[in-house]
Design a protein around this ligand. Sequence first.
Ligand code: SF4
Length: 360
Amino acid sequence: MQAEKLAYYPFTSEASAHVGNLEISLESLLNSRAYRAARARGIERVKEALEGEIRKFPSSGEAQVLSELLSYPFARMLVACIDDQLFTRRYALAEAKAAYTFLKNESPDFLLEFGDDFGILADFHDSYFSMHFTDYIRFSNSLKDPSWKLTNRQLRAGKIKITKEEFARLLEEAVRERIEQSFPIPDIPPEVSNFCSPYTAEIKEQFEVQKKKFGATDFGVIEPEFFPPCIAHALANVQGGVNLAHSMRFAMTSFLLNVGMSVDEILNLFNISPDFDAEKTLYQIEHIAGATGNTYKPPACDTMRTYGNCIGKDGLCAKISHPLGYYEKKVFMKNKEREQAEGKEQTEKQENEGEKGNAT
Ligand code: SF4
């Protein structure tokens, strides 16, 4: 790849090797005047990610391309210091979206090579890509449009045929996954955290304001399998293109905002029905998210029942009185199980070490 392309795709192995070969020390990246523009662009990159879109950079001149390329490792330092799961997800998503704007205009050969870096083996014949169904499932799993469902695809000899645009879209998911999984970064050197702290403080503050504005409480990673039956049913309906009753639309939207889903992500969920009106839907979601100053919670189970939105309880429903309580309990139970498993592992380790000690 040319240097300019590496700057478009700074998360690839090739870009990372290129930066390594430049032998720029951490000290210079943080302090040298020569890299001031790279640091400024790194800060801008993270702030733009917070707003949902990393803008394209002007690609004229070697110095500008180098700044863009180096801005990525600096942006990563900032994200690592912010150390917030929700923020990391948002950053990874924005980087991946920015990459997609370039990827969709690349040649098939370039896309094949790009996919190779992510372990995706594909072929290109007669204007179509074909890829192994396991890779297809892995990267299309989080895409909401029903057209991505495996049941809506032709499977031949273990391969799925897709268009160039679809292949680029799956590569976007691969980028998002790679960036998201590369965090948290353990053992951040103190000179990095000290240097980054004024910037991260400002970005964190903006993020908190945004979270409040959108009414999201931080439940950590969103776990759709823990959604209560009423919300899971409504989501399935929306994804199947079925229109929801107004009261259920409100309940589902406010629930998703409260567990940490962004306005954009919810907008995408609704972007399926043939009569989708982006402007009207965005207005409604932002209204529920608190754009007018009021933040909303979904209705309690009693109200859900009154409106016919409780589609049938399960065992846990009998113990809670609010859909958010259902989700909270499931997350709590999962965390408890994990702690117990870790505790058990620790005890076994100590016992094994004790036995070894006795034997010597
Ligand atoms: S009991 Fe509450 S949480 Fe359970 S399905 Fe009904 S409304 Fe939803």
